[in-house]
Design a protein around this ligand. Structure first.
Ligand code: GMT
Length: 388
């Protein structure tokens, strides 16, 4: 179960489903509407179930579509129950807690001990926002405690979840992962070759939501240009984009900015850049940072949440405290102005990203399922239904 909107949790869920199907598992993917590049998510072992065949909401695709009307949630639940009865699923795994932790609890209510193994993965604002929301957090905490297994993507996020939801134990940590065949350095192999003959390029990738604090990207870029004649490539779309555009226009630097809009394949764009700039106020992991590093691009980012577990400060990039834009601009300018340091960081970033390859991480999900299944009392639902 996962969201269908642009975003990290949907990316990880759909990639995991695809990888597991390639590893011989049969995977049913349940989304409200088709995921973006949904043609990829169909093969003999990967079956896509959607409540609606087209985007029925008028929401911006960058907005997380996690607040579902009751009738949509009902139809979604009944589709999953049908699938469980017909196919006898072993594991039901959701990515992002809302609304799926509640769906999982309803499945347990309906099927009791005949329910499949129920596993959840917490991804970001499901903890950092909803965990602080007194109207949602207690209900969500109750639903999370009913699961058989709970994972999250970094140590920092595991601690945050345990604190906010008063969990008996910290969630199991399985980091995000990346398909290294889709995120690679530029084809000529000379990762620093282009930068020597053109202006340095700074990239920012996000859904331009307030948590990403994208107006700070504009501010840091303006300050950094006082030291280095750099370009800014903005990849993505979202609610704060007009504010970012206005700030860049007012500062008189718009001619140095390229707007890419929403992109399905960001790897080939990132590979043509020299530094990723992230200004998030909270980040459980920051998949964009991993994607950049896999393309041999160092990362300049705020020191928040799980980012220090992904970006090694001074090695694969540099970290700065939220709000210290002068420091960020100086750190960025230093990296871009020193070709030897830039090249060393590029190589370190590539090495670091290899630790998070799907080949290394996906088996950890399989191992986790297997360890939980050993003690899970599971009975074929068809047999259970006949007995009842
Ligand atoms: O929680 C969110 O804001 C959304 C979530 C998503 O679905 O896009 O993003 C989170 O999940 C990604 C994949 O695990 C992480 O890389 C992001 O750091 C995380 N975003 C935040 O924590 C803000």
């Amino acid at each position: 179960m996962c969201l269908a909107s642009f975003g990290g949790s949907a990316r990880i869920a759909t990639e995991l489903a695809t990888e597991l199907s390639h590893r011989g598992h049969t995977v049913h993917l349940f989304t409200r509407t088709p995921p973006f590049d949904n043609e990829r998510y169909r093969n003999r072992r990967l079956i896509l179930h959607t409540v609606s065949s087209s985007r029925e909401t008028d929401q911006h695709p960058a907005k997380l579509d996690n607040d579902w009307p009751a009738d949509v949630q009902r139809r979604y639940l009944s589709q999953i129950l049908d699938c469980i009865v017909t196919n006898g699923l072993d594991v039901l795994h959701f990515h992002y807690a809302l609304p799926f932790a509640f769906v999982a609890a309803q499945i347990k209510d309906h099927l009791g001990w005949a329910a499949p193994l129920l596993v959840g993965t917490l991804h970001g604002t499901d903890v950092s926002n909803y965990g602080r929301n007194p109207l949602v957090a207690p209900r969500l905490a109750r639903a999370l405690r009913r699961l058989d297994g709970l994972t999250t993507v970094s140590h920092s996020h595991a601690q945050l979840a345990a604190d906010y939801f008063h969990l008996p134990a910290r969630p199991h940590i399985i980091p995000n992962f990346i398909d290294l065949s889709k995120f690679q350095p530029a084809a000529n192999g000379k990762t620093n070759g282009h930068a020597a003959i053109r202006r340095p390029r700074i990239a920012h990738v996000s859904n331009f939501r307030p948590v990403k604090d994208t107006p700070s990207v504009a501010d840091i870029f303006v300050r950094l240009r006082q030291h280095v004649d750099a370009e800014l490539w903005l990849i993505g779309e979202g609610p704060d984009m007009p504010q970012v555009q206005a700030a860049l226009r007012e500062a008189g630097v718009e001619q140095h900015v390229r707007y890419w809009g929403l992109q399905q394949d960001v790897g080939h764009i990132l590979a043509q850049t020299d530094l990723l700039l992230m200004t998030s106020r909270a980040e459980s992991f920051c998949l964009a940072a991993l994607e950049a590093m896999a393309c041999g691009v160092p990362v300049l980012s705020t020191r928040v949440g799980g980012l220090p577990e992904v970006v090694l400060d001074g090695v694969t990039g540099a970290l700065f405290p939220v709000g210290d834009h002068d420091l960020a601009a100086r750190l960025g300018a230093d990296i871009l102005a020193n070709p030897f340091q830039l090249q060393a960081m590029r190589l370190a970033a590539l090495r670091r990203a290899a630790h998070f390859s799907s080949r290394q991480v996906v088996p950890r999900y399989e191992a986790y399922y297997r360890s939980l299944l050993k003690t899970h009392r599971s009975f074929p639902v068809a047999v259970t239904a006949a007995r009842l």
